[in-house]
Design a protein around this ligand. Structure first.
Ligand SMILES: Cc1ncc(C[n+]2csc(CCOP(=O)(O)OP(=O)(O)O)c2C)c(N)n1
Length: 948
């Protein structure tokens, strides 16, 4: 083949495909002799080989075979067509190309992935003898491998085929051909077929790997014997996960990472805690003994309830060749996959330099690793939401290493009942993610899977999935009998040696490790654990010395934070927020609108959007980073924000908040994808890892927040009590009854109030833009970090009465309770207390004037309830005859049920507490605007004590 001018032939073929008359007659004749389907409409040989592979390569091969090198000007004239076309070879090359393509695409179907030895389904396309024409050994020997663009060794197909089979159908298998990026596909093929990341381990590495497997197995065995029947969710069956994580951490460190953030469920967690994160055996043993650990996060006296041992997070420092690296295992609830976006958010926070204007993002700083169960990966929609974050500018973490700990069963459910797809990993294909399947009984292959995954991540910055196919040696937990539900599987597993046994036998047989040493390894860890256990038993009865508890639960309602900002500073910031560079042409109408913010400083009328912008800007100059995300948040669902401007001519964007003269912290703002669960989880993780930052997540309408209920229940509200984990995460939830129907009215305030206890969160519904300004600043500056839930307004965003003056921002603070400034205290007999937008419905009602002796006060902070202030406010009305609680929400929703006892406590004896609001309802509000108006009017009249 050498010396033949394939380039020239390809050129002619391309010209011929374009226009058959454009090539010399002899060439035309030649091309016409090839089967027509091989020659249809193709540009260029490269694309041709790539896209239609076999067919065109065959045509090209025919050309190559017959065409001697020749200058373009004078192509050689083939002598006789029948003599020059090697029909058998042409067909053979076509079949060979099809075969190669089949190995790359479907080789996984014939791979030996199951440690328990189940037969892979195979595929006819992978069998040379079943192709047309048959690829007989003789024909295989005639097909040059170079034509097939293979990276495995071998000069002909016959020589290359065993390598190809071993590469694609061995104990590792790949799914990469779905990836739409050509460069990635080519890189992956090359990386896989060249075996670059599958270099054999040396003797020392193999011995170390065996020792590691012995340690993993030994710990599980010890715990099972010592604590018979206790849940440990043993790792056995996917033991190699631990050395895989070791390798991933080592490689991350070598690549310059400072931190590896791991998220995982129950399975194998104790082993990972001990061996990957470095939690001492004594601590784990102590937890098994049912004792609180010396690392207890929040002591019970302070209201902490703690969590079961297989949910607890931990942080450790590991020594690697490249230096020390922090390994964090995120705390997580039982809810499978809930921790995924939390880990991504944590990693993103670690990767972000918040001393820059826009939060410089360097993904090399931290590696996120997510370990999934095979049932959970397919079943939980959270996984898809999280995968969707990987390529988004505001969420990317430079690629996550996903490890499916695939034990081929979910609790007692078989894969056939668990998913509609062949593999647990199939979802990832829709996100252009390469998938590496590996047999968990081949530890060296498992290590090489990590090496390949790591190289891919570093090269392309995308997620990668390693599907570790193993089994579950015991029941779902140690109390379960697996043979009740999977009798055949259980029997197969019982007779199957452990991975440590298999690997030891292999190393002994290959003379790498002497049998005696292999046996010793198992004993070593048992001895260590036994010693640690005995030591621990000696301390029983003695309470461990508690480490100083960081996360106390102080009363937050009283803490005073200085939130006022001097007028001159506000003026300066306001001006800078209206500044755009010369090259930028904002929308003139929008600019005009924004420029009214200048007048508002002098004339009053600072609306919500302006107050919010000034709050953030003032924090940025004080060095407090701000991150704000949500659906359409850059503009704001109600077009009140416009934090990101768009050039009308070029579409370029400009964010004034990132160009403040004196800002010394980052302002990150991103429109989020259309997700609540993953997006809120991400921000929770980010805020937990960035305690100094004000991190806000905004719902499009508050109603949608319940899509993220797991994050709210399991992390935001209970995280402090369970794990000592809290943050300043702020939820902005548009709420209020404005006639938009059942789904655009309520952020389900009652749910947050139900979750509020022990000062775990703050819940606010404020009624003026100045209150909002002070609230946001307080949230960022308060020494006590707590999540904040804000019922944000819609109509109030621009309502004149709800706007504020410059003085309102330059003085004062957030006030949890607002008294009625116009009330005649002596003459007031009826005090209305309400929260949020309904205040303006009452105060502005056309018959307000008729209601004599009525005052209207506002409860702005619903939790922690301002007990002292409420009592004080009520004392200011000596002649009260009625206290009326008014809410727009139905009686079974809204604040009433949660705060009723507070109102009862605060009111004077004998004064009845009256409820005015919607009655008990199954749906939050009416669907018809007129019905809404009627109901609002009824409520307000009832509140004011006016008859119809
Ligand atoms: C969201 C959620 N639903 C249900 C459960 C109950 N549950 C606990 S483990 C489990 C099976 C998980 O199977 P798999 O993902 O394969 O992990 P494995 O336990 O096999 O490692 C189920 C259904 C849960 N923890 N979380």
């Amino acid at each position: 083949m050498d010396g033949l001018n394939t380039g020239y032939a390809a050129l002619l073929l391309e010209q011929y495909l374009d226009n058959p008359t454009a090539v010399p007659a002899e060439w035309r004749e030649l091309f016409e002799s090839a089967p027509p389907e091989l020659l249809r409409a193709q540009p260029g040989l490269a694309t041709l080989l790539e896209r239609f592979g076999n067919g065109h390569a065959a045509a090209a091969a025919a050309v190559v075979v017959v065409a001697p090198p020749a200058p373009v000007a004078a192509p050689p004239v083939p002598q006789a067509r029948s003599a020059i076309v090697d029909e058998e070879l042409v067909g053979g090359v076509a079949a060979a190309m099809a075969l190669v393509k089949a190995f790359r695409m479907h080789g996984h179907l014939a791979a030996r992935l199951d440690p328990l030895g189940s037969e892979p389904p195979g595929d006819p396309a992978l069998e040379p003898e079943r192709l047309v024409p048959k690829l007989t050994p003789e024909l295989q020997a005639r097909i040059p491998a170079s034509l097939l663009r293979l990276h495995v060794p071998g000069a002909t197909l016959a020589e290359a085929l065993p390598h190809l089979r071993e590469t694609y159908c061995g104990t590792m298998a790949y799914e990469i051909e779905h990836i739409s990026d050509h460069e990635e596909r080519v890189w992956l093929r090359q990386a896989i077929e060249s075996g670059r990341y599958r270099q054999p381990l040396d003797g020392a590495e193999r011995t170390a790997l065996l020792a590691r497997l012995a340690r993993v197995e030994g710990m599980e065995q010890y715990l099972r014997r010592a604590f018979l029947g206790q849940k440990q969710f043993s790792i056995e069956g996917v033991d190699v996960m631990v050395p895989m994580l070791d390798e991933a951490i080592e490689l991350a460190s070598a690549g310059g990472a400072h931190e590896v953030v791991i998220g995982m469920a129950h399975r194998g967690r104790l082993n990972v805690l001990a061996h990957v994160v470095g939690r001492p055996y004594e601590v784990i043993l102590r937890e098994f003994e049912g004792e609180r650990t010396i690392e207890a996060v929040v002591s019970s006296e302070e209201g902490g309830t703690g969590d079961v041992k297989y949910h607890l997070g931990a942080e450790g420092t590991r020594k690697t060749e490249a230096g020390e690296i922090t390994v964090t295992l995120a705390s997580n609830p039982s809810h499978l996959e809930a921790v995924d976006p939390v880990v991504e958010g944590r990693a993103r926070a670690e990767q972000t330099d918040r001393s820059t204007r826009d939060g410089y993002h360097d993904p090399t700083i931290a590696l996120p690793i997510l370990i999934h169960g095979d049932a959970a990966f397919t079943g939980q929609g959270e996984v898809a939401e999280t995968l969707n974050l990987q390529g988004l500018a505001g969420y990317s973490t430079g690629g996550t290493l996903h490890l499916i700990s695939n034990n081929q069963v979910g609790f007692t459910t078989d894969p056939e009942d668990s998913r509609s797809t062949r593999y647990s990993s199939d979802l990832a294909k829709g996100f252009d993610i390469p998938i590496v399947h590996v047999n968990a009984d081949d530890p060296e292959a498992a290590i090489s899977a990590i090496r390949l995954a790591n190289a891919y991540r570093w090269r392309f910055g995308h997620d990668v999935v390693v599907d570790l196919v193993g089994y579950r040696r015991h029941g779902h937990n140690e109390q379960d009998e697996p043979a009740y539900t999977q009798p055949l599987l259980a029997a197969a597993i019982a007779g199957h040696p452990t991975v440590r046994e298999l690997y030891a036998a292999r190393l002994v047989a290959e003379g790498v490790v002497p049998q005696a040493r292999a046996d010793e390894l198992v004993g070593e860890v048992q001895v260590e654990l036994k010693a640690a256990h005995e030591e621990l038993k000696r301390t029983f009865g003695i309470e461990p010395e508690m480490a100083p508890v960081e996360h106390r639960l102080p009363a937050t309602s009283d803490s005073i934070v200085h939130t006022a900002v001097p007028t001159e500073r506000l003026r300066g910031l306001n001006e800078q927020l209206l500044r755009v560079p010369d090259w930028f042409t904002p929308h003139p109408k929008l600019m005009k609108q924004l420029e009214r913010r200048r007048e508002a400083l002098d004339q009053g009328g600072i609306d919500w959007g302006q107050a919010e912008a000034l709050a953030y800007a003032s924090l940025l100059v004080d060095g407090i980073p701000v991150r704000l995300t949500g659906q359409d948040t850059e503009r704001g669902t109600f077009a009140h924000r416009h934090a990101v401007l768009h050039d009308v001519n070029t579409g370029a964007t400009f964010t004034p908040m990132q160009h403040l003269d004196e800002a010394v912290a980052s302002f990150e703002i991103h429109n989020s994808p259309l997700s609540e669960y993953a997006c809120l989880g991400f921000e929770y993780g980010y805020s937990a890892a960035a305690p100094e930052a004000l991190v806000l997540w905004e719902a499009q309408f508050g109603d949608f927040v319940n899509g993220a209920q797991i994050i709210i229940d399991q992390f935001i509200s209970a995280g402090l009590s369970k794990w000592g984990e809290t943050s300043r995460l702020t939820l902005l939830l548009p709420h209020g009854y404005e006639g938009n129907g059942p789904e655009h009215s309520s952020a389900r305030l009652e749910r947050f109030l139900q979750l509020a206890a022990q000062e775990n969160i703050r819940i606010v519904n404020c009624t003026t833009s100045a209150q909002s300004f002070h609230l946001l600043r307080r949230q960022a500056l308060d020494a006590t970090a707590r999540p904040l839930v804000v019922m944000t307004p819609k109509g109030l965003l621009r309502m004149k009465q709800a706007s504020s003056t410059l003085d309102d921002l330059a003085a004062g603070e957030f006030r949890p309770l607002l008294d009625d400034p116009t009330a005649d205290r002596e003459r007031t007999t009826r005090l209305i207390l309400c929260s949020g937008k309904v205040y303006y419905d009452i105060a502005g009602h056309e018959r307000r004037g008729e209601a004599e002796g009525v005052a209207v006060a506002r409860l702005e902070q619903l939790y922690p309830f301002p007990v002292k202030q409420a009592a004080e406010l009520l004392r200011g009305y000596p002649n009260l005859r009625e206290l009326v609680w008014v809410q727009e929400e139905p009686q079974n929703m809204g604040p009433f049920r949660a705060i009723r006892h507070r109102l009862e406590e605060a009111k004077p004896e004998g004064v009845p507490l009256v409820y005015a609001g919607r009655p008990w309802r199954a749906s939050p509000s009416e669907g018809y605007p007129t019905a809404h108006l009627r109901e609002q009017d009824r409520i307000v009249r009832a509140a004011l004590g006016l008859s119809a």
